[in-house]
Design a protein around this ligand. Structure first.
Ligand SMILES: Nc1ncnc2c1ncn2[C@@H]1O[C@H](COP(=O)(O)OP(=O)(O)O)[C@@H](O)[C@H]1O
Ligand SMILES: [Mg+2]
Length: 507
C-alpha cells in the first residue's frame, strides 16, 4: 500500500460525454480519494454508469480527462484500465456462462506455464485462494450458468482482486441481492477498504449509501451537483439534491376515507402461514400491511387471490361472502393485485406496453358479438395511461424489456387498474424504482383512493407506509400484532410491533 488515506488517487476533470448529440455528462470533475468508499448517487439516467465506464476505459469522453495518481492517462480499453489498477463490476455482469469460475477470473490475462500453455492448475489454485479471502464457498470449477446473482457478483469481485485492482467500481451492486446478501456484500466492501482498496459505489438507494460510504457525490442530469463527506448530508437532503426539488412533498396529502366497509377479512387462517386474520377496508382507504419479511403479508394477499387455500375464515365484499378460489375470481369480484415480483407474475418483458396493460382486461376491448379486439379503443386507453402516468417509452409498441424499472412498474400499475377494480392490492409497489417514479406512483395510488378505490398497501419501506396509509396493520409471525392509526403510525411503533422487541430498535 502506498500513499496516505485521503490523497487523490483518481480524478475526472471537466468530463463531457455526448451520445448522438445528447450531452449526458456536462463538465464533470470529481476526486476519488485513496482508501475511501465514495458513493455516487443519482436518478436513473443521471449519467452514473456512463461516468464510470469512462473511468474504466469502456467509453471515451468527448472532452475532458482522467488522471490517475496525478498523471493524465488514456484509458482506451478495459485492459488499459486493468493495467492502471481500475476495475469495474458492471451493472450487467460480464461473465461467460458456460466457462468455469477460474476461467472467468483470469479471462484475458490467463496464467501460463513456462512453455506458454494455459496453467489451469495455477489459475484454479489462485481462484480458490481469492474466494477464500472473500469468505465465499464457491467452487473454482463451477460453471457460471448455475449461479445466483450474488455468486456471480462475488466472481466479478474475485476478478478484480486477481489483478490487484487498487480502485474497484461497483455499479448498482445490490439491485439483484436479498437483504442477507447485501449485509455480506457490505461487510466485504468494508474489508476491502481496510486493505487499502478504494471503492466507488454507485447506487440510487440512499440509505445504503448513507450506511456504507465515507463521501458522496450526486449526479443530476449529467451535472455533478454535490460532493461532501457522508456525515454532512442527510438522506432527505440527498434525495432533494438528486431530483432537484423540495421533497417534503414526496407523499401527497392523505385523503380521508369514507365510512363504508368495502372489504373484510374474518378469522382467515392458512396453516403455517397466516393465523386468524381479521380486518376491514373502507371505501377510498389506503390500509397498510407492514411487517418484516416472512411475517405473512404477501401470503394474506395471495390468499385473497385464491393462490393459497385457507382452512378457516372468509372474505367479504360489501357484506357478501366471496368465493375466491383462483385469481380470475378476484378479478371478477373487482379485486386487482400488483405483485411484488414484477418480473415473475406482474408483467411480460417480451410483450409490448399495450399488450401488458391489457393482458388481463382484454375482454373489455372485445366488441361483443364478433369478439374482435377494438384496437383503437385499446390504444386510446393505453395512451391515456402513458400520458397521465408519464410512462417514458418511445411508443406503445415498445417491448417492456426496453423500459427502465420505474417505467415497468408504472405499466404494471396501469395493468392492475385496467380491470377497473374497486379494491387494489399493491405489494412492494416502489421496489427498485427511482425517487421521481416513486413520487408519481404515490400520487397515482392516492388519486385512486380519492376516486373511492380502496387499497391494501403492502410494503417493507417504513417511510412509504407512514407517508401513504390511513391505517396500518402490523404483522408478526402470521398474525396481526397491531392496528395503528393517526399519530401511532410511526417508525417506532411499527418496528416494535413487527419485531416484538422495543429495546432492539431503541438502541
Ligand atoms: N451507449 C449509449 N448510447 C446512447 N445513449 C446512452 C448510452 N449509454 C447511456 N446513454 C444515455 O445516457 C444517459 C445516462 O445514462 P446512464 O449513465 O446509464 O445513467 P445511470 O447509470 O445514472 O442510470 C441516459 O439518458 C442514457 O439513455
Ligand atoms: Mg446505471
Amino acid at each position: 500500500m502506498s500513499g496516505t488515506m485521503g490523497d487523490v488517487i483518481l480524478r475526472a476533470e471537466g468530463i463531457n460525454k455526448d451520445f448522438g448529440g445528447v450531452l449526458v455528462l456536462k463538465d464533470v470533475s470529481l476526486d476519488v480519494r485513496r482508501g475511501e468508499i465514495l458513493g455516487i448517487i443519482g436518478e436513473n439516467g443521471a449519467g452514473k454508469s456512463t461516468l464510470m465506464k469512462i473511468m474504466s476505459g469502456i467509453y471515451q469522453p468527448t472532452s475532458g480527462k482522467v488522471l490517475m495518481e496525478g498523471k493524465s492517462v488514456r484509458i482506451d480499453t478495459a485492459i488499459d484500465a486493468r493495467r492502471l489498477g481500475i476495475s469495474l463490476v458492471p451493472q450487467e455482469f460480464n461473465l461467460i456462462r458456460d466457462l468455469p469460475v477460474y476461467n472467468n477470473v483470469f479471462l484475458g490475462s490467463e496464467l501460463r506455464t513456462r512453455l506458454g500453455l494455459l496453467d489451469k492448475e495455477a489459475m484454479k489454485a489462485r481462484t480458490r485462494e481469492l474466494l477464500a479471502e472473500l469468505n465465499v464457498t464457491i467452487d473454482p470449477e463451477a460453471r457460471i450458468e448455475r449461479m445466483s446473482a450474488a455468486e456471480k457478483q462475488m466472481v466479478e469481485i474475485c476478478k478484480s482482486l486477481a489483478f490487484e485492482a487498487s480502485v474497484l467500481i461497483m455499479d448498482e451492486p445490490t439491485t439483484m441481492l436479498t437483504t442477507y446478501e447485501i449485509d455480506i456484500l457490505f461487510g466485504l466492501v468494508r474489508k476491502l477498504r481496510e486493505r487499502g482498496m478504494t471503492i466507488i459505489y454507485i447506487s440510487h438507494k440512499l440509505k445504503e449509501v448513507k450506511a456504507l460510504c465515507d463521501r458522496v457525490a450526486i449526479l443530476r442530469d449529467g451535472v455533478l451537483v454535490h460532493e461532501s463527506p457522508i456525515a454532512d448530508i442527510s438522506v432527505l437532503e440527498m434525495a432533494q439534491r438528486m431530483v432537484g426539488r423540495e421533497l417534503g412533498s414526496i407523499f401527497p396529502a392523505k385523503h380521508e376515507p369514507g365510512e363504508d366497509v368495502v372489504f373484510e377479512a374474518r378469522g382467515v387462517t392458512v396453516p403455517g402461514l397466516v393465523e386468524d386474520i381479521s380486518f376491514t377496508l373502507r371505501k377510498g382507504e389506503i390500509l397498510g400491511l407492514a411487517g418484516l419479511v416472512g411475517a405473512g403479508r404477501t401470503e394474506v394477499a395471495e390468499t385473497i387471490l385464491g393462490l393459497r387455500k385457507k382452512s378457516a375464515g372468509e372474505f367479504l365484499k360489501n357484506g357478501v361472502v366471496l368465493a375466491l378460489d383462483e385469481p380470475a375470481d378476484a378479478v371478477a369480484s373487482g379485486i386487482s393485485y400488483l405483485s411484488e415480483d414484477r418480473q415473475g407474475a406482474g408483467i411480460v418483458t417480451g410483450f409490448t406496453v399495450t399488450e401488458n396493460i391489457t393482458l388481463v382486461s382484454l375482454a373489455n376491448y372485445c366488441r361483443s358479438l364478433l369478439r374482435l379486439i377494438d384496437k383503437g379503443g385499446e390504444r386510446k386507453k393505453v395512451q391515456g395511461y402513458v400520458d397521465s402516468f408519464r410512462i417514458k417509452t418511445e411508443s406503445l409498441d415498445k417491448r417492456l424489456e426496453n423500459l427502465s424499472g420505474g417505467n415497468q412498474q408504472k405499466v404494471s400499475l396501469a395493468k392492475s387498474i385496467d380491470t377497473e377494480p374497486d379494491i387494489l392490492i399493491v405489494d412492494e409497489p416502489t421496489r427498485g424504482v427511482d425517487v421521481s417514479a416513486k413520487h408519481e406512483i404515490y400520487l397515482f395510488i392516492n388519486d385512486l383512493a380519492k376516486k373511492g378505490i380502496s387499497c391494501l398497501f403492502i410494503s417493507s419501506e417504513l417511510e412509504e407506509v407512514i407517508g401513504m396509509c390511513n391505517r396500518v396493520l402490523v404483522m408478526r409471525d402470521g398474525k396481526i400484532a397491531a392496528t395503528l392509526e393517526g399519530r401511532d403510525i410511526n417508525e417506532e411503533d411499527i418496528m416494535f410491533n413487527a419485531t416484538g422487541a422495543r429495546e432492539e430498535f431503541a438502541s
